[in-house]
Design a protein around this ligand. Structure first.
Ligand code: AMP
Length: 139
């Protein structure tokens, strides 16, 4: 397996070298908004320690991340009055992964509403408003 690249985008976000819209963090994990949201409130959860994906993550990293995924899933259900939550996670390029730091997508969902196509940049102000709703639902 390819080695972890310390210059991947999420490593830079963790180091504060590029901006992100953070909604939650604890000692081991960070949750922040996806810049190309496929549903309103689409966020990402990552471990603060390095690993490429599910295939090289330790049980401790996975346990910490999935606990935050569950916490954020509850938060988006409340924040968006959602009917459900989609959690996605991709491994290596062939598995659909584009950023090589383990991450889980959390997408609030509503009955009958499809996710949007990937690859479209979101509106920054709207993403910021959605982040505030999520943070309020955690409070
Ligand atoms: P994937 O590796 O296929 O799970 O996709 C990476 C995800 O990261 C995509 O949903 C992108 O929209 C998202 N993404 C890429 N760069 C950033 C960034 N700087 N801040 C937030 N999300 C990002």
């Amino acid at each position: 397996m390819t080695a972890y690249d310390t210059d991947n985008i999420f490593a830079k976000i963790l180091r504060g070298e590029i901006p992100s819209t953070r909604v939650y963090e604890d000692d081991d994990t960070l949750a922040f908004m996806d810049i190309m949201p496929r549903s309103d409130g689409h966020l990402l959860v990552i471990p603060k320690t390095p690993c490429r994906n599910l295939l090289d993550a330790t049980p401790e990293q996975l346990a910490a991340v999935i606990a935050t995924v569950q916490k954020m899933s509850h938060a988006v259900m409340v924040a968006f009055d959602a009917d459900g939550v989609t959690v996605q996670q991709f491994n290596e390029a062939a598995g659909g992964q584009e950023v090589f730091h383990l991450h889980f997508h959390v997408l609030p969902r509503h009955e009958g509403v499809s996710v949007r196509a990937p690859g479209t940049m979101g509106d920054f102000d709207l993403i910021a408003q959605h982040a505030e709703k999520i943070k309020a639902s955690l409070a």
